[in-house]
Design a binder for this molecule. Structure first.
Ligand SMILES: *Cc1c(COP(=O)(O)O)cnc(C)c1O
Length: 436
């Protein structure tokens, strides 16, 4: 398996290894890396997923993407350290379940990708700890905490995290500003898109080339691909429970990395009837599917702020999975957007009708599932719950009129003071990088 840039339109494309694609993050031509082929998994394995362990499933799913760049025993170890928490499918009501992705150390689904990438980088960096690698990442909320936690204490790696001031929750901010050691938090006056643009500028700046910059955003293949695990593991649980219906996955989407990983799993042979990308009012993709004009508008703040993204990077990968054919894509994929008002209504409805406490992102996913269910019959919908409700505590408590208990992982960070550097433009970021 090799990787090429989606901006490379040449017949004979420039190919790089897994390691190089991971370390570069973004290709030199600013394109996203994409695998040279889509591996197909053994149908016999896929038909009997419920007889394999989670670690075995995840190992078999990721192995073809890594070839022999990481030896099998090491890769198995990385996979088992990545998946050291549960990822349960929880029935919500008749034809709806939720896949809870928030049982990891930072209680966000991004733990899986961050932990996997940190361990791969640690593997490739072994014995070279003197050449510091700088992981530079922009976060709209949960990436920061997951990356900070996943990379904490990895030798030879400094982590620099940019986040938009006043646009992440208190718990999210604490998760990325309280760890210290090799983790540095930069608070940016601006939106997530501003943060992301500053990160992109840093990668392209000739003067930062000797800094060994790498990204840990969902554009990074080492963060993006392991998110496939969720879909395989969900399917395994549905099979074990004896359900025979076809599956719809409804994915609350911001940068579209998570859903794109699910669609990759499907392209590898995992049977999925349909994918719904549910967004908040930052609705570039739903509008694009309607009008066929891709026209991002300025990002607008919402209560599902980890999805406040108006130009989702990973969408080009989704298009590529369908050979850039919109009609083909639409057969398996739809996208719809919901307002904060609708999101709050959905949270209330889920709570009163089934006692389930969803965070705003999960509630957007639920709304997407519901919409898709009106168009399909005889299917089971799984909406992904991407963050623990406590991470959006004020909103959840206000909307549902209850008090949430703080889980131990969260209590721990609340006890530490925040420490960050404020910046407002690329020059300030560059100065910081040059001195870290
Ligand atoms: C990042 C995030 C999302 C969006 O995931 P993408 O892969 O960027 O689409 C959704 N919910 C939460 C809680 C997140 O942190």
């Amino acid at each position: 398996m090799r990787y090429y840039s989606l901006n490379d339109k040449k017949e004979n494309k420039d190919m790089v290894s897994f390691r190089e694609a991971m370390i570069k993050g973004l290709a030199p031509d600013r394109g996203l890396y994409f695998p040279s082929e889509i591996p197909k998994l053994d149908p016999d394995f896929l038909n009997n997923l419920d007889t394999y362990s989670d670690n075995e499933i995840a190992f078999r799913a990721i192995k073809p993407f890594i070839n022999n760049e990481i030896p099998e025993t090491e890769l198995r170890k990385i996979v088992s350290e990545t998946l050291n928490f549960s990822i349960p499918v929880v029935p919500v009501k008749d034809n709806y379940s939720t896949l809870e992705l928030f049982h990891g150390p930072t209680m966000a689904f991004k733990d899986v990708g961050a932990r996997f990438m940190a361990r791969c980088l640690g593997f490739f960096n072994r014995g070279k700890e003197q050449a510091t690698i700088r992981v530079l990442v922009a976060t709209s909320g949960d990436t920061g905490g997951a990356v900070a936690n996943g990379f904490l204490g990895v030798p030879g790696v400094e982590v620099i995290i940019l986040y938009p001031k006043d646009k992440v929750s208190d718990i999210q901010e604490r998760q990325l500003t309280t760890l210290g050691k090799n983790i540095h938090a930069l608070r940016v006056s601006g939106s997530f898109d501003d943060c992301q643009n500053m990160v992109k500028s840093a990668f392209l700046d000739p003067e930062t080339q000797e800094l060994n910059l790498t990204s840990a955003n969902s554009i990074n293949i080492a963060r993006w691909l392991p998110q496939m695990f969720y879909y395989f593991l969900a399917k395994k649980q549905v099979m074990s429970s004896g359900r025979k219906k076809k599956l719809i996955f409804a994915v609350p989407s911001g940068n579209f990395g998570n859903i794109c990983a699910g669609m990759m799993a499907s392209a590898m042979g995992l049977e999925v009837e349909h994918f719904v990308a549910a967004t908040n009012i930052n609705d570039t993709v739903p509008r694009y599917l309607e009008s066929e004009a891709y026209a991002p508008e300025p990002t607008r703040p919402t209560i599902s702020n980890a999805m406040d993204v108006s130009d989702p990077s990973n969408f080009v990968r989704i298009e590529k999975l369908f050979n850039n054919s919109l009609p083909l894509l639409k057969k398996q994929f739809s996208s719809c957007s919901f307002t904060d008002e609708q999101t709050r209504e959905a949270m209330k409805k889920l709570y009163t009708s089934s006692g389930y406490i969803a965070d705003p992102h999960g509630a957007v996913g639920f709304l997407g599932a519901k919409k898709a269910m009106t168009e399909k019959s005889d299917v089971h919908a799984i909406f992904l719950e991407t963050a623990h409700p406590v991470k959006f505590r004020e909103e959840v408590e206000r909307t549902l009129g209850l008090t949430l208990e703080l889980p131990p992982q969260i209590q721990e960070v609340m006890e530490h003071p925040k420490s960050f550097t404020s910046i407002s433009d690329y020059k300030e970021l560059k100065d910081f990088l040059m001195n870290t």
